[in-house]
Structure formats: structure tokens, C-alpha cells
Design a protein around this ligand. Structure first.
Ligand SMILES: C[S@@+](CC[C@H](N)C(=O)[O-])C[C@H]1O[C@@H](n2cnc3c(N)ncnc32)[C@H](O)[C@@H]1O
Length: 288
């Protein structure tokens, strides 16, 4: 199925070509990445949609006794602090571990999450990449919230996560489909990471190849994009830099213009209501 008009396909082709011709695409540095992520999330309703779904469908169905939760690529904890709040409101004991290689985000995770630490709640973070640890039958819930893209071997990561779950535990992978806003990110990431990036189709293919039973749910979401076009503001630049995962002002002008044209072409609404759709998929797999 082709999602795009011939004009949009032409722009995508042109972005692809320009990205292929770049000598290098520098990733955002750790501190700037953490800043862009939070500005991006503050302008999107996606996190709220995801949290609502996870509370109602996952946390509410977990045992009310003791649970161990692992968040892989936990970032600053802005997402996990809400999951932890839902969990401690209904469980006698919660052990919450984050894994995060960005030292700025990991420090913020500790600060944010430690506010909820008590005799009932144990919180810790490992300043590491996922895969540098060995876990076996330890967790009731493992979350990959928009982090699987960044891992070097995603197939190994899913296998390791399933091994790390207790029998009956659940693996949740939140990942973008290769559509709308994510299409540009995909083109940039492929070049930046020197391997294909992963999107929903790849998670589906992995579960199918392993013969695992899973379910998936699409959550639609919108990014408030009124600051991304025209006169640039710092927030607008942060959002665009997060979309392209590099400093957009360091890209060649033609490529920048193509990215802007493509984003404009998928924009909905006008003025203060200008938004960019960025749907997300939730994959859920229970360890037998
Ligand atoms: C888009 S952010 C998501 C953060 C958080 N889960 C959230 O939803 O707000 C992706 C996170 O994955 C982390 N990450 C990158 N490579 C990783 C790796 N190899 N192992 C674990 N996490 C990684 C990044 O540092 C970043 O904080």
C-alpha cells in the first residue's frame, strides 16, 4: 500500500538521495538529546495516550502483591514515573529498574524516580546499554518505550528480554510504524546507524519468526507543530532536531528544505492547531 502522493514520494526520494550523499550524520549529544526529547514529548499527546492504555490494560491486570518492572532505555523517567505511580497505588511492593546509557538522562531518572522510593518501592538505574547484563526469570514486566530503535541487535534484545521475564511476565514494545512523521526519522537513522532502523513491521516479523503469541494496538497521536515552521523558536528547533535526530541547521540547505516540505505536506490543521500525526504501535507478548 502506498501511503503517499507522487509529490510526497518524490520528496522522500530526494531526502533519501541527499542523506545517502552525506559523509556523516552526527547524533545529538547526550544533554541536547535529553532536552529535545522532553520538548518533543511536551508538544505531543502520544505519551498520555500510551500511559492511559498501559495503566488500563497492563498495570491494572498485574498481581497486587510484589512486582519487578524493568524499563529499557528509560530516559529521564518522565514516562516511568507515571507507570510507577499507577503500580504503587495497587501493589504491595514494586521494584523498578531502569537501564539507560545516557548519563544525563540516567541521573535525571534517579532524581525523578527516587521521589517515590520508600519501604514499598525500590528504584534503581543501570548506566549501561541493554545487553551488558544477564537476567533470567527476574521481571514481571519489561518495557521498551521507544528505545528498541537505538539497540544494536534488536533480535537479540527481544530474546534477552523474554529470557529476563518470569513465566507469565509481559514484554511491552512501544514502537513507531514507518509512517507519517517517522518516515523522515527512518531515512536519517538508517544512514546514522549504518543499519536499517526498526519499525513496527520488524517487531511483528521477529515475533512471527519465533512463533510467539502477541497482540498489537495502534494508538494515534499528534505533535503540536506550530513552532516547527516559519520563524524558528528554540522549541521549534528542538522538535525538528528530535525528528531528524541531528542538528537540522547543520544539514545542507536543499535537504533541510525537502524535510520541511515533507513535514508541511503531512501537516494537519492550521495556526495554533497545526499538528503532525505520529501514530505508535504497542506490541504485547506474554512469556509462556
Ligand atoms: C526516545 S528515548 C525514550 C526514553 C523513554 N523510554 C521515554 O519514553 O521517555 C530512547 C532512549 O533509549 C536510550 N538508549 C539508546 N541506546 C540504548 C541502548 N543500547 N540500551 C538501552 N537504552 C538505550 C536513549 O539514551 C534514550 O534515552
Amino acid at each position: 500500500m502506498n501511503l503517499y502522493t507522487s509529490h510526497q514520494n518524490k520528496i522522500i526520494g530526494s531526502i533519501d538521495q541527499a542523506v545517502t550523499n552525506l559523509a556523516q550524520i552526527h547524533p545529538l549529544d547526550n544533554s541536547y538529546y535529553a532536552q529535545c526529547l522532553e520538548i518533543f514529548e511536551a508538544n505531543s499527546d502520544q505519551r498520555l495516550g500510551l500511559l492511559g492504555w498501559l495503566e488500563a490494560n497492563i498495570v491494572a491486570n498485574m498481581s497486587q502483591d510484589a512486582n519487578a518492572i524493568l524499563s529499557v532505555g528509560c530516559g529521564t523517567g518522565a514516562f516511568d514515573e507515571c507507570i510507577l505511580e499507577y503500580a504503587r497505588a495497587r501493589m504491595k511492593r514494586v521494584t523498578y529498574l531502569g537501564i539507560e546509557p545516557n548519563e544525563i538522562s540516567a541521573a535525571e531518572f534517579s532524581q525523578t524516580m527516587d521521589k517515590q522510593a520508600s519501604a514499598q518501592v525500590d528504584v534503581s538505574v543501570l548506566l549501561q546499554k541493554f545487553g551488558e547484563q544477564v537476567f533470567e526469570n527476574e521481571f514481571d514486566l519489561i518495557l521498551f518505550i521507544h528505545s528498541i530503535y537505538y539497540l544494536e541487535d534488536r533480535n537479540d534484545a527481544i530474546d534477552a528480554a523474554l529470557k529476563a521475564l518470569k513465566p507469565g511476565g509481559e514484554l511491552i514494545i512501544v514502537i513507531a510504524p514507518d509512517e507519517e512523521l517517522n518516515t523522515v526519522a527512518n531515512l536519517m537513522w538508517q544512514r546514522q546507524m549504518e543499519q536499517n532502523s526498526w519499525f513496527s513491521d520488524d517487531v511483528r516479523a521477529h515475533f512471527d519468526a519465533r512463533g510467539l503469541v502477541y497482540s498489537e494496538t495502534r494508538v494515534s497521536a499528534n505533535l503540536n507543530a506550530k513552532e516547527c515552521f516559519g520563524e524558528s523558536t528554540e522549541a521549534g528547533r528542538n522538535i525538528v532536531d528530535f525528528i531528524v535526530q541531528t542538528r537540522a541547521d547543520q544539514l545542507p540547505t536543499g535537504l533541510r528544505n525537502d524535510i520541511s516540505d515533507f513535514l508541511m505536506s503531512i501537516t494537519q490543521g492550521q495556526g495554533a492547531a497545526t499538528c503532525l500525526p505520529h501514530p505508535v504501535d504497542i506490541f504485547r507478548c506474554k512469556k509462556p
